[in-house]
Design a protein around this ligand. Structure first.
Ligand code: HEM
Length: 205
């Protein structure tokens, strides 16, 4: 079943790589030494790499949102009624216990629903709540304090910093859970293959 079109796969690679660079450089900036490595340098290398990855992530995010608006991939992220996420409890039970007792996955992938209800909630919140806040707070930190206040009406760097670090931490936790769910928790390499080839081996799940 062809569920991951080329644009999603390209966006996903770009997104994954930039997020990994952002996490590594972000942690380095938070706990490490940010001094300049050579005289005449305007920014420490770690800040430069963080900014480059942030620009790539932002461009990728624009592609992701636009793609979801102009193609029908967006339907997988729509949560209009409780019916769209019914079965969340069952999925939680499966991931927390059923999977370790060899039960079969209660969710069956289809063209209309490629994400199980739990994935749908997590992907929606990460992509449409956390990522915009992460990107906007990052832009605010890149701008000077006065410009940030003029553009976003946010006063002071501290609150922006806190929002940025908090959202970055959520994306880091998301990534760890996301990788676990795509590999060990899904019982094989089928999910990984799907996001590389575009084809889901739906019956394996
Ligand atoms: C090394 C890093 C990553 C790996 C190995 C990975 C793995 C996967 C796999 C196997 C899928 C397809 C199965 C599924 O839908 O669950 C997928 C889809 C997805 N991943 Fe990742 N991922 C990574 C990084 C990320 C990051 C950093 C984000 C966002 C911050 C992300 C967001 C998504 C989204 C939104 C989808 C669904 C795309 C769609 O079909 O609309 N992934 N990922």
């Amino acid at each position: 079943m062809y569920l991951y079109p080329l644009w999603i796969r390209l966006w996903h690679i770009l997104n994954a790589l930039s997020v990994i660079v952002l996490i590594i450089t972000g942690i380095t900036m938070l706990f490490g030494d940010n001094t300049l490595s050579s005289i005449g340098e305007e920014q420490p290398a770690v800040v430069r790499w963080h900014n480059i990855a942030a620009v790539i992530l932002t461009l990728g995010y624009v592609i992701f949102v636009t793609g979801n608006i102009i193609t029908d991939n967006g339907k997988h992220y729509r949560i209009k009624t409780m019916k769209d996420i019914s079965g969340t409890g069952e999925m939680m039970k499966y991931y927390l216990s059923g999977i370790f007792h060899g039960r079969t996955n209660p969710f069956k992938i289809s063209f209309d629903q490629k994400f199980n209800p739990l994935q749908k909630i997590i992907y929606f919140k990460t992509m449409y709540v956390v990522m915009p806040l992460l990107i906007l707070s990052g832009i605010a930190l890149m701008l000077s304090e006065e410009r940030a206040q003029a553009v976003f009406g946010i006063n002071g760097q501290l609150i922006t910093d806190i929002v940025h670090i908090f959202m970055g931490s959520i994306v880091t936790v998301f990534l760890i859970i996301h990788i676990c769910m795509s590999t060990i928790f899904s019982g094989g390499k089928a999910h990984m293959r799907a996001v590389i080839t575009g084809f889901s081996e739906a019956d394996e799940d």
